[in-house]
Design a protein around this ligand. Structure first.
Ligand code: HEM
Length: 266
């Protein structure tokens, strides 16, 4: 019981898993039957490779989602490092790389304007780039950098979820007739909506990831400074002469710091 309590100490874990698995359960059934008529994403039936690559993208993207979700739960990561290593490799080799390559192949043929194509192309390239660098840093044992790059990779991966949340405000702003009359705006306005949702979610997610990385770096610097100060204090305490009876048992910090450091041991 206590262990479940500890596992759920992060209040974001349960809502996070509900959203991730809710998304997968709502999307995957539309694509596992390989029936283009069920696709909610526009398909290009004039291009025979388009739909298979879209489905490959979604299936490998789902592997990336599941394995990334395993990686971000600190309790599971600390308790089962072997699972962390295995799911990390599956995320890279069986999720992000094939899903990213599949979507990059069909990006030039997407159905909306150049804004959508450019946003998705850059997102796909950054996703592949951050994942590859993060993977290499882990293999090189550069763990702090590995964590920073993987955080960027996950931020880009989950921007697909975030784009579903941005879609509502984008439509409300640019084509409110979808909500009021149930009809799509003109194609040019739909292109604006898809441009907005192809850029804003991942740029915002990446900025949030950078903020986390900066915060972690500053915290680490703070810990190092505190350790150094404690070590100096320890050195100074070693130099304190035996306490005479009647004097305070523990000298004050200021007093300790003011004492000269001991001579180096020959
Ligand atoms: C981060 C790199 C990714 C890029 C650049 C990307 C890009 C795209 C694009 C361009 C489409 C077609 C959208 C359209 O034509 O309207 C699409 C569809 C889709 N992608 Fe991704 N995607 C990425 C990652 C993911 C991930 C990690 C998943 C996880 C499952 C995912 C799941 C889907 C799904 C379910 C669809 C179909 C959407 C629908 O039915 O409305 N994608 N993606």
């Amino acid at each position: 019981m206590a262990s479940i309590g500890r596992a759920l100490r992060r209040p974001w874990i349960v809502p996070f898993y509900v959203v991730v698995f809710g998304f997968l359960l709502s999307r995957l059934p539309l694509y596992v039957g390989f029936d283009p008529a069920k696709s909610t994403a526009p398909t290009r039936l004039d291009l025979p490779f388009y739909y298979p690559l879209l489905v490959a993208h979604i299936l490998f993207g789902s592997v990336a989602f599941v394995t990334a979700s395993i990686q971000v739960w600190p309790w599971l990561r600390n308790r089962n490092p072997k699972l962390h290593r295995i799911s990390g490799r599956v995320y890279v080799l069986g999720g992000a790389l094939p899903a990213g390559l599949a979507i990059l192949t069909i990006t030039p043929f997407l159905t909306h304007g150049p804004g959508q194509k450019a946003g998705n192309a850059l997102l796909g390239l950054l996703w592949l780039g951050t994942t590859i660098v993060g993977f290499r840093r882990a293999r090189q044992g550069r763990i702090v950098e590995h964590r920073e790059w993987m955080l960027r990779s996950f931020a880009l991966c989950f921007s697909i979820l975030a784009s579903r949340f941005w879609l509502g405000p984008a439509i409300l702003w640019l084509e409110p007739e979808v909500f009021t009359m149930g009809v799509d705006g003109p194609p040019a306005v739909q292109d604006q909506v898809s441009t907005l949702t192809s850029w804003v979610p991942w740029v915002v997610n990446l900025l949030i990831a950078e903020w986390f990385n900066h915060r972690a770096r500053y915290k680490a610097l703070g810990r190092q400074a505190a350790k150094r100060a404690a070590a100096q204090t320890g050195v100074a305490q070693d130099a304190v002469p035996p306490v005479a009876s009647g004097s305070p048992a523990v000298p004050t910090g200021a007093a300790v710091l003011e004492r000269p450091a001991p001579d180096p041991v020959p």
